[in-house]
Design a protein around this ligand. Structure first.
Ligand code: UN1
Length: 505
């Protein structure tokens, strides 16, 4: 049965909508998963006001108690793991095994931050002067706007929302509209777990209305921090807007993630790694593989084996055991078609491309290709540094391949597109692995592993066009959602002056 999803402000559903749209199953386009009511910008502002109103009391709740609420939320996600994973598969077409992994990611995130509720450590610092002590405290930032993508509708928002709440902030969350039914289930779990009304508010809106709402809320002083996961283009606009209010947002943007395959690589492992990195999730992760940079001596063998593995990979119905299913929605399919357009104009592609169908079949396809947004996986061999495909993120099942002669050249090629999220090297030579890690400008480096699949307690984030240097996850994200306050406490009974008094000591 299709559900109707509405925004939530201070625990109340918002009935006024500017538009209703359907969220459909991308593997079965005839199936409507839900309808979402999109809100006007002023609802975003009201949600920000509700977050502001709720923030003092939430920040005054002892952090271990906030940790207990996160513990409840984590337990509820565990109890609802199967139901939620099935919903993720149904609404965005993510293969069920990956959808379970995605729900596991929020459970792991909750697990990590429950303990942080009993830490959130500050420091004691020696003073220059006698009978004086210095301290530091982490204080909540205040209200946080989270604008998240729908390719990871559970894991990615959790990276912001769980630590932001734990640190004593309140949140206005704008999920992607095409994953709104999952987002609604996510919200309900937080509410049932004991997150008070107003502490987590949800606004469904399109891009321009969200931007207008955010602009107004920032102008009215109602938002203290923005967390955004999405494209580099939108991230740049958000960065500019926040900059006008002297704020540094947390930006997690696109990637053109390189995988270097050295002459010393275990090629079986490398082929498996490239297959999963490039075509798992139909290439729709910000950490998906963009370009394979393979040593010229193993290029032919690698490409032959990689192409065979891609041709044999199970694809289709995401409720089954497949490597990948459909694209996320019509908008993403249109974007991917555009990429296929410029690929056709500039490259020779072996094998089929475009939408899978009766006239463009894929042997071994699982299910009915005509029912959904299924696209053939594409390998483009021989990409060059000024090719569009080399320089820009495609967000779909396409992998480019190029060659190198020296490791320095491979590193330069990997850095060339100017992103810097994830990267990988396949080699059996540890020296080469360390040299690569040192030279590549990327927030994440994998050695003999996929570019995607980061664990939930290591810093996640990128350099260059992939972000503004902010990092999520683990203890590192605490610096995003708290501000340091320093305190000096003088018990000498006189006015001691820093710098001046120490000169006489
Ligand atoms: C994203 O696509 O925005 O590292 C996040 C990974 C996942 C998260 C991807 N854990 O691939």
């Amino acid at each position: 049965m299709a559900v109707e999803v509405l925004s939530v402000v201070a625990g109340e559903r918002v009935a006024e909508v500017v538009r209703r749209s359907e969220s459909t199953n991308p593997a079965r386009l005839a199936e409507v998963v839900g309808t979402v009511g999109s809100a006007a910008p002023e609802v975003f502002v009201r949600a920000a006001q509700a977050a502001r109103d709720a923030q003092r009391a939430w920040a005054a709740t002892p952090a271990p108690q906030r940790g207990q609420v996160i513990a409840n939320v984590g337990r509820l996600f565990t109890a609802n793991k199967e139901r939620l994973a099935a919903l993720v598969t149904r609404e965005i077409g993510k293969p069920i095994a990956e959808a379970r992994g995605e729900v596991q990611e929020i459970i792991d995130t909750c697990d990590f931050f429950i303990g942080e509720g009993r830490r959130l450590y500050g420091q004691t610092v020696p003073s220059e002067m006698p009978d004086k002590q210095l301290f530091t405290f982490r204080r909540p930032i205040g209200t946080v706007a989270v604008i998240s993508a729908g390719n990871f509708p559970v894991a990615v928002p959790s990276w912001y929302i769980v630590p932001a709440l734990l640190c004593g902030n309140t949140v206005v969350w704008k999920p992607a509209e095409y994953s709104s039914v999952v987002s609604d289930a996510f919200y309900e779990i937080f509410a049932h777990g004991g997150v008070p009304a107003g502490v987590l508010n949800v606004v469904y809106a399109d891009g321009p209305d969200t931007f207008a709402g955010l602009e107004q809320a920032l102008g009215a002083g109602l938002i203290d921090k923005v967390g955004f996961t999405g494209s580099s283009a939108v991230g740049t606009q958000i960065g500019e807007l926040c900059g006008r209010h002297l704020q540094t947002p947390c930006l997690e943007l696109g990637g053109k993630n390189p995988m270097v395959i050295s002459a010393q690589a275990d090629l079986d492992l490398a082929v498996e790694g490239a297959l999963f990195s490039g075509f798992g999730t139909a290439g729709q992760r910000c950490t998906s593989l963009g370009t394979v940079i393979v040593h010229e001596s193993v290029h032919d063998e690698f490409v032959e084996r990689f192409a065979a593995a891609v041709a044999a990979a199970p694809m289709g119905d995401p409720t089954q055991d497949v490597l990948f299913g459909p694209l996320l929605d019509e908008k993403f399919a249109a974007g991917f078609e555009k990429s296929l357009g410029w690929i056709a104009a500039h490259h020779t592609v072996l094998g089929a491309t475009g939408r899978v169908g009766a006239d463009n079949p894929r042997p071994g396809f699982v299910g009915d290709p005509a029912a959904g947004l299924f696209y053939h996986p594409v390998i483009v061999d021989g990409v060059r540094p000024d090719d569009e495909l080399f320089r820009n993120e495609t967000f779909g099942p396409i992998v480019g391949v190029t060659t190198y002669a020296t490791l320095d050249e491979a590193i330069a090629l990997g850095n060339k597109p100017g992103y810097g999220l994830s990267s990988s090297i396949y080699t059996t030579d540890p020296n080469e692995a360390f040299r690569f890690a040192q030279g590549i400008s990327a927030g994440m480096v994998s050695v003999n592993n996929s570019t995607s699949g980061a664990e939930a307690h290591l810093p996640f984030g990128g350099n260059g066009k992939s972000g503004n240097g902010s990092r999520q996850s683990g203890i590192w994200v605490l610096d995003q959602f708290t501000r340091w306050q320093s305190m000096n406490w003088d018990y000498s009974g006189k006015l001691q002056k820093a710098q001046m008094d120490t000169e006489t000591v």
